[in-house]
Design a protein around this ligand. Sequence first.
Ligand SMILES: NC(=O)c1ccc[n+]([C@@H]2O[C@H](COP(=O)([O-])OP(=O)(O)OC[C@H]3O[C@@H](n4cnc5c(N)ncnc54)[C@H](OP(=O)(O)O)[C@@H]3O)[C@@H](O)[C@H]2O)c1
Length: 262
Amino acid sequence: MDLQLRDAGVVLSGASGALGHAIARAFASEGARLVLLARKPAALESLVAEISATGAPRPLALNCDLSSASSTDAAIEAAERALGAIDVLVLAAGAAQGGIFWDIDDAAWQRNLDAKLFGSIRSLRAVAPRMTARGRGRIVVIAGNSARLPEPRMLPGAVANAGLLAIVRGLAEELGPHGVAINALNPGPVRSTRWQRMMQAEAERAGTTVDVAEAPFLAKSALRRLATAEEVAQHVLFLASPRAAHLTGTSLTVDGGSTKSP
Ligand SMILES: NC(=O)c1ccc[n+]([C@@H]2O[C@H](COP(=O)([O-])OP(=O)(O)OC[C@H]3O[C@@H](n4cnc5c(N)ncnc54)[C@H](OP(=O)(O)O)[C@@H]3O)[C@@H](O)[C@H]2O)c1
């Protein structure tokens, strides 16, 4: 199926992350034109080179600290200048700290919420009016299945994700009449370095092995395995594409059946 993303102007935050890399590659393989955001654009150079080598349009890597409104605004402004128009915004940035609730101090809560919840708010505030003015656009917010299945040791991320689902649901009403769609994607755990780090920390805390720490998550999944970043990226492409034309204000949970819903 042609996802009709050829030449689409796509802005992707979190592009230096595990999911961001896979999402960037997936858009590039559809012929989209990409602007990749991260705090250290140099970290994106190998991804830019890899994508360019496939013959896909060369992505532009831009510096953007989502914890700063001025940095976010400047990056979105530069992205729009480079692309002409932002057709698609994908928010895949975030930082999640695990730990026992009473050991996570205010600073850690603030860091987590600032990167993901407020970072997404800043990005949406900068992009949404540009899309509504043009009368078109699609936005995909990577939240997480922890919005509905909060794990006791991963609450900062779960709170950010739950807030994002509320924003997606509410903002869809504001954007819809202007031809702009917004949806969330809720991955379960994805096999990535970040996940590995979190499981390592959990194993050390519990005095056990990574395999033992991970076992309850595998057991919850109907498929009994974690997703790959590439699998998640395919669902992002669909939500970002004109093929998902009548979908807005909702979320797609991609967690191998961990969330039990009819
Ligand atoms: N991987 C999973 O298992 C999983 C599951 C469910 C949901 N998610 C969600 O999916 C998203 C991506 O996850 P991931 O595994 O790819 O994470 P990751 O590998 O840790 O990457 C995080 C990304 O966020 C960016 N970032 C963090 N703070 C930022 C800030 N202040 N300003 C700009 N960029 C910032 C990082 O960029 P720089 O550090 O280079 O700036 C990096 O690109 C996160 O929101 C996460 O909560 C992930």
